[in-house]
Design a protein around this ligand. Structure first.
Ligand code: ZN
Length: 191
């Protein structure tokens, strides 16, 4: 398992709801936390490790500590209030940052790893991270939410990521988009 970078097609995939919470999912989540900490992130969606399933993990402290770890399975943002701009980054676009406008306060519903439903009212950093990660599950990345003017500042970064990715595909280090999409579809069917 590894964190995939833009423009990997998994980042544009609309995730399928999780039907069963079992040992396989628990071990996937544990691996994802390891990867997230290694990469110094505070949130990681399944798409970002090329899995087409609807869940993400967060720990806004960024430091390994089970008490700060949250798994959101089949999350749904039930309500949004207010609007606030803030800087975001993404482990699938390393070293790239941009201003993104998000709801100031959200109510989110999800299931945890024990299969228990929960509801959280979130604002500030946790609210932003949950909105960013929920977007991933819908195939949306933070540049999609930036103003055209702000986007201009990171256009060159995005083009670089695109170049690197396509060159790796040409060298056979990364499968073609069609093959990557086929793998995602096969994973969906294996659920
Ligand atoms: Zn992200």
């Amino acid at each position: 398992m590894e964190i995939v970078h833009y423009p990997h097609p998994a980042l544009r995939w609309k995730s399928k709801p999780i039907l069963e919470i079992g040992s396989e999912l628990r071990s996937t989540v544990a691996k994802m936390f390891e990867l997230m900490y290694e990469a110094k992130g505070i949130g990681l969606a399944a798409n970002q490790v090329a899995l087409p399933w609807r869940f993400f993990i967060i720990n806004v402290t960024g430091e390994a500590n089970p008490e700060e770890e949250f798994v959101f399975i089949n999350p749904e943002i039930k309500s949004r209030k207010g609007s606030v701009e803030g800087e975001e980054g993404c482990l699938s676009l390393p070293e790239t940052f941009g201003q993104v406008r998000r709801a100031e306060e959200i109510v989110v519903e999800a299931f945890d790893l024990k299969g228990h439903g929960f509801e959280m009212e979130l604002e500030e950093l946790p609210g932003r991270v949950v909105q960013h990660e929920t977007d991933h599950l819908d195939g949306v990345i933070f540049p999609d939410r930036m103003t055209e003017m702000a986007l201009k500042e990171i256009e060159a970064d995005l083009a670089d990521f695109e170049d690197v990715f396509r060159r790796k595909q040409k060298r056979g280090e990364i499968p073609s988009d069609d093959d990557l999409k086929k793998t995602l579809r096969d994973l969906e069917l294996s659920m």
